[in-house]
Ligand binder design. Structure first.
Ligand SMILES: Cc1ncc(COP(=O)(O)O)c(C=O)c1O
Length: 312
């Protein structure tokens, strides 16, 4: 099969050759922004919404990548197009990475110069969604971690930036509480914010609640889920959600680009509702799949099987 290529500052280069210098501000400070988009049937899902967020993140970080949003969109579509022969019909994660570039201190020893670096790459979702396939039926176990969210007044999580060691620490803590458990972060007041890579929802007495959009990344999947809920006639409200509310909820789920929606059937070692994926969750996932023409859970199971022999 053909090898994948990466858009790298205006050129297309083999994936293995795409490298960021150790002198880049991204390595020095976690000083970069990014986006993760996915395809369904090899068509990007809500690409413009992801790019709008990428440009908002760049404005937040004061990085001018030198491309207009239309040029970024064209470069993204070209990256997908050029990689089609290497994808074998699989859906992919599309990553946009924008670094500030090398620190001026190191001018002269960085081949790429000091300008920001823009890279766009695609990787089949085989491992990303395959590793979660069982959770569509069994559900996830979410635990509140000692590691809390960073308040927006310090580093704003609405900007999708890589200064995110706190999400990693939360994941490590969750895994120590129970292997396979997923992290759920909270704010200084104890209200739930988001997962380490997902947004959170509960359903209670026919109403859907999701954390207020302040100390969280405003997920594109969160938005898609809220819109689908509207179409299905489910009321949705942004609210302060306490662990107590999750224990009392009928259902819970998380949303994120690689997997769309996964039900949460356990929370802090207790069952959520009857401990099974709920009916609102199921109707939303079905509606999502119908909208994009992919059976999302079935695709994850297919990718799980593929992942056992997957090399790249
Ligand atoms: C911290 C965090 N919250 C939420 C999300 C979900 O965002 P999206 O639906 O745009 O993928 C992500 C995605 O990676 C994330 O990293």
């Amino acid at each position: 099969m053909a090898t994948r290529v990466v858009y790298f500052n205006g050129e297309f280069i083999p994936e293995l050759e795409a490298r960021i210098s150790i002198f880049d501000s991204a390595l020095m400070f976690g000083d970069m922004v990014f986006e993760a988009t996915r395809t369904f049937n090899q068509k990007p899902f809500r690409l413009r919404e992801h790019l709008d967020r990428l440009y908002a993140s760049m404005r937040y970080a004061e990085i001018d990548c030198g491309l207009t949003i239309d040029q970024m969109e064209d470069a993204t579509c070209e990256t997908i197009e050029r990689n089609l022969p290497a994808l074998g019909g699989l859906d992919v994660q599309i990553m946009h990475d924008v670094t500030r570039g090398a620190l001026p201190l190191y001018a002269g020893i960085v081949r790429e110069g000091l300008a920001p670096i823009v890279s766009i790459n695609v990787v089949p979702l085989v491992r990303h969604t395959g590793s979660l396939a069982q959770k569509y039926e069994k559900g996830a176990h979410l635990v509140i971690t000692p590691q809390q969210s960073v308040p927006a007044r310090y580093i704003d999580p609405k900007a999708k930036n890589r200064s995110r060691i706190y999400y990693k620490l939360a994941e490590l803590q969750a895994a120590r509480m129970e292997p396979g458990a997923m992290a759920l972060l909270s704010d200084e007041r104890g209200f739930i914010t988001e997962g380490s890579g997902s947004n959170f929802f509960i359903a209670c007495h026919g109403e859907i609640l999701t954390p207020r959009p302040n100390d969280i990344l405003r997920g594109v999947s969160r938005h898609a889920c809220i819109e689908l809920a509207g179409e299905l006639g489910f009321p949705v409200r942004e609210a302060d959600i306490e662990p107590y509310d999750v224990r009392e909820a009928d259902e819970a789920w998380i949303t994120s680009t690689p997997f769309s929606m996964i039900p949460v059937t356990r929370f802090n070692f207790q069952a959520v509702g009857d401990g099974k994926p709920g009916s609102m969750y199921r109707r939303l996932l079905t509606a999502w799949g119908d909208a994009v023409g992919v059976d999302i859970a079935a695709q994850a199971r297919e990718y799980e099987a593929l992942a056992t022999t997957w090399k790249s």
